[in-house]
Each structure stands twice: as structure tokens, then as C-alpha cells.
Design a protein around this ligand. Sequence first.
Ligand code: CBY
Length: 433
Amino acid sequence: MRQSYQLPLVGLLLFSLIPRQQCEICEVSKEYYTALNPLISTMINSKYTKGIHAANVLLSLRLGGILNPNQEQQLIQQVDTAVENKKPSLTSGQLALAILALGACKGPDGISINYSELVKILGNKYKAEIKNMDHDGNPLTNYYQLSLDILALCLFSGNYSITEVIKILDPESKNYYFHEQFSVDTGAMAVLALTCVKRSITSGQNKIDTKYLETIDNHMESLIAKILSQKKENGLLGNIYSTGEAMQALFVSSDYYNKNQWDCQKTQAIVLTEISQGAFRMPTAAAQILPALMGKTYLDINKDSSCVYGSDNFNISTQEPISVTPAVSHSQIEVNYSVVVNNQIDNIMVSVADGSVFLDVMEKAQKENATLFSFTVEESSWGPYITTVRGIKANNNDRTYWELLSNGKHLSQGVGSYVVHAGDDLEVRWSTY
Ligand code: CBY
């Protein structure tokens, strides 16, 4: 008799002991998909000069099942050619992203991609990153890219050591921080990488590896707490550009926080408002937010599952292309521009057309005084990135860079996107992160 009512209890206990791998996903419902159209047209109409910068866009559009096979083929070709031509000069994270994009799903036969060769090269680039950490603990690039590397190596059966991953992705590492501020983008990517490693251990053949699970759990719990500590009153996680990847991290790790700690609907609502206000005009920004809004994560990447095409919910062909740059008017505005190196400040008042971006101001200043205001840029997937000012070069090994500020505040956009206002006090400052 006693046994019969104990049985359900035992069952309940056993059930609670089964390791859960819950996913708590909130996605935009299909009736509201039109709100996502600006993102999709931005991505489809984007003309990246360097093919490798299209990898993020390809990955995002494939995860969303948005392209038709023809559009997909064109983008694949672009990324594939860039990888083939540039293999040695790509950073580890660029190659990882290309592998994730090319192998996001199984397409109809066409270009055959030699994953195993690319994954092997990625393994070497990842090793070089770790080797560089012997000097002061700085990788060649950064932890965001290292996490992308681990994610790609994990999803595409590459070589990596679990003990090393645990050591590198320790939440206490300085590499999660810029200016003592936790980087939500970086933390989110690390959570996705750790989730993949955890899943591969639990589903894997090598039972010895299960001893690492506890440490991975601890890392994830701590990283999730750090991400949630950056939750803003309006629902953003970090800032508008880190929110998409943070949502993905929270989707796959609902075991590590309580339901009342995050209101996904609230986060989604602010993102949808920001889309309508044009915050995602950069194709990479659009690419990084879209998967989460469609309930997808980078862990849905599976080179053996068939791709989905041309979701009926999107009417791609009739989409209005949204203007990429805000209208520049004929009226002029005045701004103050300074270059700050240690305690030396050189400044100049410049006049630019209303609607100009930070880069226009820098160009104007350079034209007026090339000795003080010369600079160089490099094209990144987020637009132009300032590499040198007056010949002084940013250097990852000593964690230096040219920081952008407006009225003393750190900017959350790059020189090609930040639209300046009359009277702005703009600054590029030689900084250590
Ligand atoms: N991608 C990467 O390697 C970049 C990773 C990333 C964490 C990235 C943000 C996050 C993302 N989602 O892509 C990142 N930035 C890093 C690592 C860095 C550092 C780069 C050097 C290194 N160690 O590799 C560094 C130097 C700290 C950095 N970012 C600088 C800057 C400033 C650039 C100024 C310049 N010299 O041109 C700037 C403009 C901040 C400032 N005020 O100076 C900056 N970053 C910004 C604003 C951003 C956001 C871009 C948002 C936008 N709309 O343009 C960002 C999304 C991103 C790109 N940086 Co960094 C972060 C955010 O605000 N959420 C992998 C590769 C394969 O693509």
C-alpha cells in the first residue's frame, strides 16, 4: 500500500534529477513579421565590398529561412570566394563565422564546401589565439572571436580541448571587460559556446568528460548573472546592439535563471520599437538581432538538416528598400573636434552639413590640418573602424584603441554611423580597454 503512493513521488524525484536542457524561447508571432521587414531588406540589399563581411548576414538569413535558393546561392558564392582567397589573412572569428554561415544548413547541391579543411585551419587559428595569451593574457583578437571559434569547432567536429575551454572562458577573465564594463556581446557568445560544449559532453560517447559538467555549469551561471546585471529599465540587455545575442544566450540557458529575472516580451517590444526608428540600418546590426526575434539561436546551426526557403510570411520582392544613410541637408552645423593623447588635447571647430556622421567631421578636420588630424580607417563588418590617428596605431597586445566620445560620453556606434549634432564636443581618445 505504502509503495503505491510513493511511486509517483519517486517518479517526480527522478524526473527532477534528469539533467534538463530547457529552452525558453519567446519569438515574434507570425502576424507581426512585417515589423521585421526593414531588417530583411537591409540585409538583402547590403552591398559588402569584402565578401567575408556578408557571413553574418548569410547566417542570419539562413537561420530565419528567408532567402530563396537563388539568393542564397549568390551569398554563399560571395562568402566562399572570400574564404578561398583570403584564408591566411582572415581572423579566427571571421573564419568561424564563415564556417557557421556556409554550414548553417544543408542546401541543394551546388557548391560543395570542404568543411573539414576549413575546420582544420580554424583549429590552427584558434591555437594561435591561445598561444598569444602567453603574453599578458591577451588573445590575438578578443574573447568574442574566441567564443565564435569554440562554437564553430564544437558544431563542426573540430579539435579543441575541453579543459582549455574551461580555463579560457572563466568568467573572471579580464577579457570579458572593456574599461571595467562587462561586455554583454562577449558574455553571450561565450554562453552559446559553452552550451554547445556542454551538449556535446552530455550526448557524447566520452563518459570521462562528464566530470567537466559542474565547472561548465558554474561558468554559465556566473556569465548569465553578469548578462542579467546589465539589463536596463527598458528591457535592453547591455545596449541595443548586444541585445540580440544576449537573448540567444538567455534562450538556451533558462536553467540558470528564474523566470521573474527576465521579461522576454519587454525586451522584444523595445527592440521592435528601435527597428521602426531605424536603429538597425547596418546590415551586421540587422543580422545579429534577427535570429532571436524569430526564436532561433546559433545552436540551431546544423549542416545535416535541410535548409528552409522563402518563408511565406515575408514578401521579399516587394520590399521597400530603406535608405541607408540619413538625409544630409544643405544647412551647415558647427562641432568641436579633438584628438586626445594622454594629457595632450588638440582641437578644432569644423563646419559640416547637417546630418553628417563622425567620419565626415574627421575628414574635414584632416583637410584643414593634416599634421594634427590625419587618420586611417579599416573597413569592418560594422563599417569604418579607426586604426591610426596622427600615425599612432591601435594595438591588441597592449589593449589600446582609439575611443570615440561625444560630450564626454562613450559612443555605442562607429564613425560611419554616428550622426553628429550642432554644438557636439566630439573626441577621439587614445585609450586602454
Ligand atoms: N567581431 C569582433 O571581433 C568584435 C567584437 C565586439 C565585442 C563587438 C563590439 C560585439 C559584436 N556584437 O560584434 C567588439 N566590439 C570589440 C571586441 C571591440 C574591441 C576590438 C579590438 C579587439 N581586441 O579585437 C575594441 C577595441 C574594444 C572595440 N570593440 C572598439 C570599439 C570602438 C571603435 C572605435 C574605432 N576605433 O573606430 C567603438 C565605436 C566604441 C567607442 N565608443 O569607441 C565600438 N567598438 C563599438 C560602438 C562597438 C559596437 C558597434 C555598434 C554599432 N552600431 O556600430 C559593438 C556591436 C562592437 C562591434 N563595438 Co567594439 C558593441 C556594442 O555596442 N554592443 C567579430 C568579427 C568576426 O566580426
